[in-house]
Design a protein around this ligand. Structure first.
Ligand code: ADP
Length: 396
């Protein structure tokens, strides 16, 4: 059976075609610059990587081209071989408690929730429509980033703001990267040879967007992202937590609206704003190695904030069996993992420097006598999406 896992953004569609239940990747890639004069279509299959520059007028054109290419390249003989499509959806609010089959009511609900994810949810719907058009008889399933965090207790997800903001507008913490946190924590339990129900795990998903999650017994107990992905630790271009008064201060002094300032907190802060170089951790690492103080400070501020969360979740869960690192930076940034784990000596964490000296490999990176184990676990959101398509559409 073959399942297409899709992550549609406003100008891009990432895809992965998986064979299930073997979970082997048959093809993967991305269509970028949709709607611009020249698009980019990258596809990997059979150990090959090909890039072309077609005009991708809209998402529907992109999906048609993708499906046509799968046939032309001999990856599929017939589109009927695709048994299901799974879409990653950023915001499911309080309404969606599990992945679900797509119907018109589900699409309407995702659209209603766009207020909470204005950049993402509308783009996801465009992606859903494009696949509905191209593969009308294939079941589509939506898999929400927020579902995994729906197990947080009220005390963890409520903000101490006027209660009516919650009842009227749904202002609360929803979290993000749920599919990744779930995959990594459950995989970690597997590696440790424990039933996930008996584990307390802290997952550090450190990509361009980044969040920390406390997972107790396989369920989310707390997470660092909030109403939107701006909350939590500093990220590629996002500030993470700040005093909200900064917004009105900068708005007044630079003659900007609150939305303009929040836009700068989302797009011009974090690594980019702090280092003044780039949002890409590789560039900031190069700067640090050249002795640039601001680049070093960028990593120190982030590591300190990550450790603040780890310490708080350690207390909230009443202990911790393992800390996991995942996503672009978590998997690849040797110096950042070291910076974080060396700050946790008081909890009995002992880094194994040699073991830590790897990139993107599933591996334990603490010594045998470390009181909390730490692991690098490359995330796999696509596999989680494909598994949910099989489960929810009863394809198994
Ligand atoms: P997102 O999915 O949120 O866009 P990713 O998980 O792809 O983000 O992570 C992107 C970050 O990971 C970037 O800051 C990038 O510098 C970093 N990264 C990716 N690969 C490497 C690598 N080989 N070495 C160091 N950093 C890396």
């Amino acid at each position: 059976m073959k399942i297409m896992a899709v992550n549609a953004g406003s100008s891009s569609i990432k895809f992965q075609l998986l064979d299930m239940p073997s979970e082997k990747v048959i093809a993967s890639g991305v269509m970028e610059r949709i709607g611009l004069p020249e698009g980019i279509f990258t596809i990997k299959y059979d150990g090959k990587k090909e890039e072309t520059h077609p005009v991708l007028k809209d998402h529907a054109v992109g999906v048609e081209l993708l499906l046509k290419s799968l046939i032309e390249k001999g990856i599929l003989k017939d589109l009927k071989e695709i048994n299901g499509v799974g879409h990653r959806i950023v915001q499911g609010g309080e309404y969606f408690k599990d992945s679900t089959l797509v119907d018109e009511e589900v699409v309407k609900k995702i659209s209603d929730l766009a207020d909470l994810a204005p950049l993402h949810n509308p783009a996801h719907i465009i992606g859903i429509r494009a696949f509905q058009k191209a593969l009308p008889n294939v079941p589509e399933v939506v898999v929400f980033d927020t579902v995994f965090h729906q197990t947080m207790a009220e005390e963890a997800y409520m903000y101490a703001t006027p209660y009516e903001w919650y009842t009227k507008y749904g202002i609360r913490k929803y979290g993000a990267h749920g599919t990744s946190h779930q995959y990594v924590s459950h995989r970690c339990a597997e590696i440790m040879g424990k039933d996930v129900k008996d584990t307390k795990i802290i997952v550090c998903h450190l990509g361009n967007g980044a969040s920390i999650c406390a997972v107790e017994g396989g369920k989310c107990k707390d997470t660092s992202m909030g109403l939107t992905p701006l909350e939590g630790i500093p990220m590629g271009t996002r500030s993470g937590n700040i005093d909200p008064t900064v917004v009105s201060f900068i708005a007044t002094h630079e003659n900007k609206t609150a939305s303009e300032v929040v836009n700068e907190l989302n797009k011009k802060s974090g690594y980019l704003g702090m280092s003044g170089r780039s949002n890409d951790a590789r560039d900031v690492t190069a700067g640090m190695e050249d002795g640039d103080h601001r680049c070093k400070l960028t990593f120190d501020v982030q590591a300190k904030r990550i450790v603040d969360y780890i310490a708080s979740y350690y207390v909230y869960m009443g202990g911790c069996d393992a800390i996991c690192f995942t996503a672009g930076m978590g998997e690849n940034l040797i110096h950042l993992r070291k910076n974080i784990l060396n700050r946790l000596g008081v909890l009995g964490v002992k880094l194994d420097e040699e073991a830590n000296n790897v990139r993107a490999e599933e591996r334990e990176i603490t010594t045998k006598d470390s009181k909390i184990r730490a692991f690098i676990i490359p995330t796999n959101e696509e596999v989680m999406i494909a598994r949910d398509v099989v489960r929810v559409a009863h394809l198994g």
